[in-house]
Ligand binder design. Structure first.
Ligand SMILES: O=C(O)[C@H](O)COP(=O)(O)O
Length: 224
């Protein structure tokens, strides 16, 4: 048996302020830092030993991972930061208050943008890519993504970087975001396109998947 722990970052300033975030690089709040410590303490109690930690390239996930590893006394672990684990890009919604957008376009439209699998949010008309992505290519940062588009760019990371390590019997830790973890849960749990709208991932609550040697999920538990 081998284990994968997935964890959404602690509360960010944008979460606190109810702002569409996506690829914006916002810091954790004090509450988010606390949530990360609590998550780390809970993971430590399981005595799980990881060989690798995977995060997005956004500070809310990276800082959460660092805090968790400190609590687990596994700060030395090799870490990969990948844009493929970044939050789904919210396009032109980025930076807007979710309640204010609801007032403008109605609750049903906002829910569709936030929770449907295929609906693409309003796209940014132009984009200046942040330099952190330049070494991966000129057009890495999208102008907006549906959950499906985020799923499609996440899966190569699973196939190339996570699944092989699990198949070799090494426990892995992924610290990422609400939407990219919903995409991973969709794959691991076999959730339909329609039903993924019902799946929510809370800040700072670790979820442990246990797999057999064929990478079939045999158990899924919240670590609490
Ligand atoms: O990017 C964001 O705004 C949040 O991380 C998640 O947004 P959601 O709650 O709409 O999925």
């Amino acid at each position: 048996m081998v284990n994968l722990v997935i964890l959404r970052h602690g509360e960010s300033e944008a979460n606190r302020d109810n702002i569409f975030t996506g690829w914006s690089d916002v810091p954790l709040t004090d509450r988010g830092v606390y949530q990360a410590h609590q998550a780390g303490k809970k993971i430590a109690q399981t005595n799980l030993q990881f060989t690798h930690v995977h995060t997005s390239m956004l500070q809310r996930a990276i800082k959460t991972a660092d805090i968790v590893l400190g609590e687990c006394h596994q700060d030395w672990l090799p870490q990969t930061k990948s844009w493929r684990l970044n939050e789904r890009h919210y396009g032109a919604l980025r930076g807007q208050n979710k309640a204010a957008v609801k007032q403008q376009v109605g609750e049903a439209q906002v829910q569709e943008w936030r929770r449907s699998f295929k609906t693409v949010p309003p796209l940014l008309t132009c984009l200046r890519q942040d330099r952190r992505y330049d070494s991966f290519g000129p057009h890495i940062e999208p102008r907006g993504e549906s959950l499906e588009m985020a799923y499609d760019r996440l899966m190569p990371y699973w196939t190339d970087c996570v699944a092989p390590r699990l198949l070799d019997g090494h426990n892995q830790l992924i610290v990422a975001h609400g939407s990219t973890l919903r995409a991973l849960i969709k794959f691991l749990d076999g959730v339909s396109d329609a039903n993924i709208s019902q799946v929510e991932v809370a800040n700072g609550v670790p979820i442990c998947y246990t797999f057999d040697e064929h990478l079939t999920v045999v158990k899924k538990t919240k670590i609490q």
